[in-house]
Design a protein around this ligand. Structure first.
Ligand SMILES: [Zn+2]
Length: 489
């Protein structure tokens, strides 16, 4: 790993409310951001909202309010969600902000001046939901499969970007095993380029009342590709800000599988044309179902991540989402699974370990324990495996490995019976405190709030990976506070 790490999520449309799928993507990126910070890597984590979509203007009209007001109100929900989910994002970009508008326009201008944007009449199948022209191949039973709607045939004069020019270079880029992860999603892109090739794409829309003007023609707004995708550099203050110089290129763009093509093909081609360095990796995740059902509006408030946080608190939600959705697949998030995980893994395994260790420390030593000899408990933690899983983005496996150590620690208490064995009682409890301190470091990317609550009881500060050596903390003065996790019905 280098000495800086820049990670982004996709920016969300604000014409609908966030659902648990949005939460999943943001939590994924947050865990990786926090893991890099644990490794003392200078990290920048970006998320935000795509406010320029024409859909917003339509939705605002239906609601009878100004588009800007509609967008501001809805974006606020996404901003608040970051707090509810305990995200450590360093910035939140909104694409109506002047800092973004000027960058989107400058990228458009740069490519136009180079002769790689040209005007052409075009007729095609347009899905209003996608805000995109679809090909026959995209349709299922003549309908857009994402929106289950028949596309309209639209004829327009648009500005086109010479995507076709970059076919060879893009194919070479995506042929590298490291660029798109996981492998299944990489192969999809490679196969699609090999079978269909790259065709030029329209990068403007005429006659729209909402969006960013193209810098060359006031009749046209900049279409989503150059507009939305350039948020990843506008947020860093491209081209001159020191943040841009420090953090670009992005180390990871985290995206859902539905927008893999845009990020793995269109975005790199835009950057090649604008002569800007390419991102290092596109990390693609699958889709979520909720209680076994496809996420849709009909599920109502149930899939609102804010409501889930209010009901179960944030860490059980973060833990369950990471644990139940393996990175390279679709997965199901269910409240039953959350309850089971809270009761078994969080309350029984972890909560119990913290509670019994601290109770014994207070009972026998008033919570004060000097440094003792190493009994070998901490050696049972397999750091190499955890690091390996993180490097492969198998976060559910990393969690499982941490939990093996939590269970080892519980077994250690049972075997040593410090309530009976007075002779090595102090040594056993000190070893347990050190193991709790280290567990707290490892769970901090996944459950920052729980990690902090454990630290407070142990009387230690926020730890880094370099602090996991036995005896690092020295003398303990611990103070037990209520239970970490209440069991759920
Ligand atoms: Zn559609």
């Amino acid at each position: 790993m280098g000495n800086k790490f820049y990670i982004t999520t996709a920016i969300d449309y604000v014409n609908g409310a966030p659902h648990v799928g949005h939460a999943y993507e943001k939590i994924l990126a947050d865990v990786l951001a926090r893991w890099n910070r644990l490794n003392k890597i200078d990290t920048f984590f970006l998320t935000g909202t795509d406010e320029n979509a024409q859909k917003n203007s339509q939705a605002a009209k239906e609601a009878g309010i100004e588009t800007k007001e509609f967008v501001d109100k809805n974006t606020e929900v996404f901003v608040k969600l970051c707090n509810y989910l305990d995200l450590s994002n360093d910035d939140f970009i909104k694409t109506t902000e002047p800092r973004h508008v000027k960058v989107a326009q400058s990228i458009f201008k740069k490519i136009f001046d180079k002769g790689e944007i040209y005007k052409k009449k075009y007729s095609g199948l347009y899905c209003e939901g996608c805000e995109a022209f679809l090909t026959e191949r995209d349709l299922v039973d003549g309908k857009c499969p994402e929106h289950n709607k028949k596309p309209k045939i639209i004829e327009e004069e648009n500005y086109f970007f010479k995507l076709s020019k970059y076919e060879k270079e893009i194919l070479k880029l995506v042929s590298s095993k490291n660029f798109i992860v996981p492998e299944g999603f990489r192969k999809e892109i490679v196969n699609r380029i090999k079978s269909d090739g790259l065709k030029d794409i329209s990068v403007s829309r005429p006659g729209m009342d909402w969006g960013i003007d193209t810098p060359i023609d006031k009749e046209h707004k900049i279409y989503v590709w150059i507009d939305a995708l350039s948020n990843y550099i506008s947020a860093l203050g491209y081209p001159n800000d020191k943040k841009f110089k420090k953090y670009w290129p992005a180390d990871i763009h985290v995206v859902g599988k539905g927008i893999n093509w845009f990020h793995s093909v269109i975005w790199p081609a835009i950057l090649m044309s604008a002569e800007i360095e390419l991102p290092k990796k596109i990390l693609v995740h699958g889709y979520l179902t909720f209680n076994g059902k496809k996420i849709s509006k009909s599920l109502g408030n149930a899939i609102d991540p804010t409501a889930l946080v209010k009901k179960y608190s944030v860490d059980p939600l973060r833990y369950t989402l990471v644990k139940d959705i393996p990175f390279n697949q679709d997965g199901d998030f269910s409240e039953n699974s959350l309850k089971e995980r809270v009761n078994n893994e969080l309350a029984n395994d972890l909560g119990n370990l913290v509670s019994r260790t601290l109770t014994l420390c207070e009972k026998y030593f008033d919570g004060i324990l000097d440094k003792q000899e190493d009994d070998g408990l901490l050696k049972k933690l397999n750091l190499n495996k955890i690091e390996k899983y993180f490097s492969k983005y198998e976060l559910h496996h990393a969690l499982e490995e941490i939990w093996k150590f939590v269970r080892e620690s519980n077994k250690y208490v049972n075997d040593k019976e410090p309530w009976k064995n007075e002779d090595d009682r102090k040594k056993v409890l000190y070893n347990l405190l050190e193991s709790l301190r280290v567990i707290s470091i490892f769970i901090s990317p996944f459950m920052p709030e729980t990690s902090e609550r454990i630290n407070n009881q142990l009387g230690v500060g926020i730890g880094l990976l370099e602090d996991i050596k036995f005896g690092w903390h020295g003398k303990y003065n611990v103070k037990k506070e209520g239970v970490l996790f209440k069991k759920l019905e």
